[in-house]
Design a binder for this molecule. Sequence first.
Ligand code: TRP
Length: 330
Amino acid sequence: MDQKKRIFSGIQPSGDLTLGSYMGAIKSWAALQEDYDCLFCIVDMHAITVRQNPADLRRRTLEQMAQYIACGLDPEKNIMFVQSHVPQHAELSWVLGCYTQFGELSRMTQFKDKSAKHADNITAGLFTYPVLMAADILLYQADLVPVGQDQKQHVELCRDIAARFNNSFPDTFTIPEPFIPKMGARIMSLGTPENKMSKSEPDGCVFLMDSPEDIARKFKRAVTDCETAVRYDKENKPGVSNLLTIYCAATGKTIEQAEADFAGQGYGVFKPAVGEAVIELLRPIREESQRLLKDKAYLEAVCKDGAEKASYLATKTLRKVYKKVGFVAR
Ligand code: TRP
């Protein structure tokens, strides 16, 4: 019998994938795919909670699928799909929204941040975003949800919604747990190493599809400090520490080994070396993505197959939920 625990996670196609999304999430997903029953989603419905250019969104969605595969996620082993292809996400989201308090959603720190940032476009979708995320997770009865620190509050809310629903209607949902994979590295901006690497700051951000020249340039310009020693000290040397983290994630070395590699050498040697390590890490990923993107029929077939498998599981949960809340069977 299949006793593997189930994992659900997703990334929004709201920007091109970055070195941060690879080292922080996708790489650890690839390590989980052997031991867990995984669903990896491209959450395009979440992406439109802030304005997107439609052509870019469409292009990035297929690119993201190609990149998932190029990063080592296997469409034969995992269910990989596009959120909007499985209408049950929207359907369950409506029901869960009726079991979520206005006050709970108002307390979400990401909503507060994003509504401050997009003050001219604070939509109901932005507000109810965590409900859709809860639907993503609960539809598949996921046990574990690998997320970064910034999404933990949303997973907590998902647990609260699920527990409340189960309280009224026992045995409906598995209560999921946030899961911060050990090997996930938190990658900071190369320009302002106090902040997470983010596409909104393109110069401090390495994209998976960046050319070797761009990567080299970005690392040469990476912010360090006025010392010369390559030493890990997150408090006092955030830039150098971030570069060491990246170097180790790219090469598999430990921090001690990396410090030893650069002992007695200045940043003029260190920064280009980190760039080189990242160039070599990303080269096969970029080349494989480009190859896959030429084969649109294959990518579309992967999406279709993933959506079918996801939909099969989602239908079971949704049917149960509709029955419990009192909807007449169709
Ligand atoms: N909100 C997540 C993010 O922005 C993406 C996401 C949507 C997600 N649905 C999910 C992550 C379900 C984990 C599980 O990073």
